[in-house]
Design a protein. Structure first.
Length: 316
């Protein structure tokens, strides 16, 4: 099977590339800076020779988009929007023009599309799209607009021979350097792994192996299209999430942080507090209804595995 991954050089792309390659599949990564074999140049917004890789492939997994790990300045927010919308548009154009279009287009989206809430989980059927929550920063609504426009671009694409799935993914937890698990683990090991702003906000997450398994599952289920939540079935409050991470690392104490302290830390790390403070309570309704089972459905077991693999990688 041939799989093309636009924007596949980041953490999630590396996770998927490793798994697919290990399974014997041909993987082509579209990137602005090709450096390795089977990496092909594209700019993420215009058609070019890279479209030859789309024509005749089996699956496209579009992960392209500016990283959200940055300060949410107007300039960066616009770059997030443009990079996601333009890449989805041009991937759709390439699929539409292909003589042999792929049978499946998996388009990355985000669990951030749902409302900031504590009272109930958001699944695809009963969840509420965010953007109008009272008492939160105005720019949080722009993040929701990014997600909506991202998905809308895939919906609009005229690709009748290609099934389309929007992956509303929670944070993908893997041992890779620079990923979210790596950053949270570093904070935990230096004693800063306590609750932020009280820790009541929910954290949705998915283990990297379950992320890959879910994509394999979706590739085989021709009856599933449209938005699908990629998140473990047990989102949990931030305070419990960090407690589980501290336990996995054997760190007894984590200093708590107030909202202003979180803002200062995010500024120092060139990131934004939305990633910490928004309550993402998301559950995988369509996946579980279709019969998908999670290998790591509970955070303590997932954290233990990720810590074990992190330690093993550092001993090599």
């Amino acid at each position: 099977m041939k799989v093309v991954i636009p924007g596949g050089t980041g953490q999630v792309g590396n996770v998927l590339n490793r798994a697919l390659t290990a399974a014997g599949h041909e993987v082509v990564v579209l990137t602005r800076r090709p450096q390795h074999e089977r990496e092909v140049l594209w700019d993420g917004r215009s058609l070019g020779p890279w479209t030859e890789e789309i024509d005749g492939c089996d699956i496209v997994v579009n992960l392209a988009g500016r990283s959200v790990s940055c300060r949410y300045t107007p300039e960066n927010l616009r770059a997030m929007m443009d990079s996601r919308v333009e890449s989805a548009r041009v991937v759709g154009q390439a699929i539409a023009a292909a003589a042999r279009p792929p049978r499946l287009w998996l388009q990355m989206s985000t669990a951030t599309i749902y409302t900031h809430r504590f009272d109930a989980p958001n699944n695809e059927a009963t969840g509420t799209i965010g953007g109008a929550e009272p008492g939160v920063p105005d720019y949080w609504a722009y993040s929701v607009e990014i997600a909506k426009n991202w998905e809308r671009e895939q919906e609009r694409a005229d690709t009748p021979r290609t099934r389309k799935v929007a992956l509303r993914s929670a944070m993908v937890m893997s041992p890779d350097r620079g990923g979210v698990f790596d950053v949270l683990s570093w904070l935990t090991r230096i004693g800063l792994g306590g609750p932020v702003a009280g820790g009541a906000q929910y954290v949705s997450w998915i283990h990297d192996q379950d992320f890959v398994r879910a994509l394999d599952f979706l590739a085989e289920r021709e009856d599933i299209s449209g938005p699908v939540n990629l998140a473990a079935p047990t989102p949990l409050p931030h305070r419990a999430f960090m407690r589980g991470l501290r336990t996995a690392w054997g760190v007894p104490v984590g200093l708590p942080a107030t909202r202003w302290m979180a803002g200062l830390g995010a500024w120092a790390m060139r990131s934004d507090t939305e990633l910490l403070l928004k309550s993402r309570r998301v559950t995988p309704g369509r996946l579980t209804d279709a019969g998908f089972t999670f290998t790591y459905g509970q955070w303590p077991e997932a954290a233990d595995d990720l810590v074990r693999r992190t330690r093993a990688a550092r001993r090599r």
